[in-house]
Design a protein around this ligand. Structure first.
Ligand SMILES: C[S@@+](CC[C@H](N)C(=O)[O-])C[C@H]1O[C@@H](n2cnc3c(N)ncnc32)[C@H](O)[C@@H]1O
Ligand SMILES: O=c1cc(-c2ccc(O)cc2)oc2c(O)c(O)ccc12
Length: 220
């Protein structure tokens, strides 16, 4: 078993992985190291990592944004899918988590594609906007603190070109979005995010049950 499988039985999810997952050795090795990390629950799952890589390839992305790096699984999956001149602007606040990420980016030979910004992501995104980078990104992946999802989404939307794609993780939050007894701040934030994006006519939208739920929004 390699992670979350919303709605699928464990044997069926294992089957899905056995006939579809093509995980490069360096990603497998990062996942193995992260499986011993106390915060391992936060890691992007391999099927989702592969799906993000496919999306990046599909839209021909070169300039991408990642909000929430942790030990680097999704940023590495995306960087491996980018062309040689591709870029990942990666945002996180943790020196400790991202030290692991940096080791694997080096090992995979893609460190030159990834610029890590160690600061609250809102500061980084506001700086990119102040520098005049609005409309220049092809792809953004939102996977950091849930209470800021709407703020990250608003800024990512400004940074994206028309036709650019935003992917938002954890939108089903382990099923807790439909548990009325769960009024935790993270659950409330995700519920509110889902309601607001549903009404947002600036994007075309799809929510898919990959991993912990992934919303895809294409800027119109
Ligand atoms: C769920 S993890 C990201 C998982 C990652 N995408 C992966 O592939 O494994 C969330 C990350 O968001 C970071 N984070 C939390 N608050 C943040 C903030 N205000 N700005 C930037 N990063 C933040 C955490 O340090 C953590 O590494
Ligand atoms: O259990 C979690 C927690 C987070 C999380 C909490 C607080 C932050 O500031 C950032 C992230 O994120 C998770 C996540 O992205 C995931 O896929 C599974 C579990 C969790």
């Amino acid at each position: 078993m390699t992670g979350k499988s919303l709605g699928l039985s464990e044997p069926l999810h294992d089957y899905l992985l056995s006939v579809s997952l093509r995980e490069p050795e360096v990603l497998r090795s990062l996942r193995e190291e992260t499986s011993r990390h106390p915060e391992r629950i936060m890691q992007t799952t391999p099927d989702q990592g592969q799906f993000l890589a496919l999306l990046v390839q599909l839209i021909g992305a070169t300039k991408t944004l990642e909000i929430g790096v942790f030990t680097g699984y999704s940023s590495l999956a995306v960087a491996l899918a980018l062309p040689e001149a591709g870029q990942v602007i990666a945002c996180d606040v943790s020196e400790d988590y991202t030290a692991i990420a940096r080791r694997y980016w080096q090992q995979a030979g893609v460190a030159h594609k990834i610029a890590l910004h160690l600061a609250p992501a809102l500061e980084t995104l506001d700086r990119l906007l102040a520098e005049g980078q609005a409309g220049t990104f092809d792809f953004a992946f939102i996977d950091a603190d849930k209470g800021n999802y709407w703020n990250y989404y608003e800024r990512s939307l400004q940074l994206l070109r028309p036709g650019g794609l935003i992917a938002v993780d954890n939108v089903l939050w382990g099923g807790e979005v439909i548990n009325p007894d769960n009024q935790s701040p993270n659950t409330l934030a995700i519920r509110e995010f889902n309601q607001k994006i549903h009404q947002d006519n600036r994007v075309s939208l799809s929510m898919i049950p990959v991993s912990d739920g992934l919303t895809l929004a294409v800027k119109r």
